[in-house]
Design a protein around this ligand. Sequence first.
Ligand code: AGV
Ligand code: CA
Length: 318
Amino acid sequence: MKELVLMDHDGGIDDLLSVLLLLTMPNIELIAITITPADCYLEPAIESTYKLLQKAQKEHIPIGRGTFHGVNAFPSEWRARPEIVNSLPMLINLPASPNPYELPTAVDLMISSLKEADRPVKIIMTGPCSNLVLAIKKDPSIVSKIKEVIWMGGAFRTSGNVQTYQHNGTAEWNVYWDPIHAQQLFELELPLILIPLDVTNQVPVDKAFLSNFAQQAAYELSNLAGQFWALTVDNIPSYHYIYYMWDILATSYLALEAHFVVEEVQAEVAIHPPNAGQTLLSHSMKSRKVKIVTDVDKKVFYDYLFTQFRANFATLSN
Ligand code: AGV
Ligand code: CA
């Protein structure tokens, strides 16, 4: 039987690539996508998501709109990226989504999708965790329908990627956007596995990768994915803003679990400056057991991307 999966993403380029990757996985059934307006503006990210679903003839999959905004906003330049995606030749002339404000809220869609599911669901989160925590607060009964939560977030034994005022650089952005709900997520003690910077740092999006990947651009999915990645290259030259396979690695966990090294740790989330959003290994009263990924078989991971994207939309097996 197919694994039921619900995705919550926040519209970054690698979030959209993660949607694309999910659509290539034969063993999962995507039951809903909810969007957090964090590393994106909501409306264009809904449009990108809907367009990708249309390409795969999956536009019946419901989309939920996040209404909660975290305390620490993402830079506007990053948030505007889906506008470019929507203008790419393969996507620009597709119908835009239905009125975003007529969509269910992310919280309500999460609740209804989980309640209607006939078996427990895996949740993949590639942005902040606010929608999920708010959904559980509104209807705690959904916890029994959650099989596992896979979250791209955190930085444990490595530095963070937030560089801003009032911050010492120890936090990862998805946690920093809403540290309070992140700490509450830990306190919920769900089956939670984090894909933190500790492991995503091992899988950069570099020119050598892009160059190899371009060789299979005759396949529609590779062509589109290659264009998405090209949009991130202005991040690459600068040391601090290098682009990684963050969310894509987290998404691939659904298919490649056996190739990931997982460790159980005790951790908490700092909620005040100068390290708001830092995921700290600790044994304080606030700390909880969580699983973190510390290593991945990089060859298996990159090979998997090449294989999955060697496809055309009309022939997606899923
Ligand atoms: O911290 C990684 C998270 C991932 O979910 N995001 C990007 C991925 O979608 C935030 C982020 C960190 N650095 C960035 C980010 C950058 N240079 N551009 C855009 N987003
Ligand atoms: Ca993201």
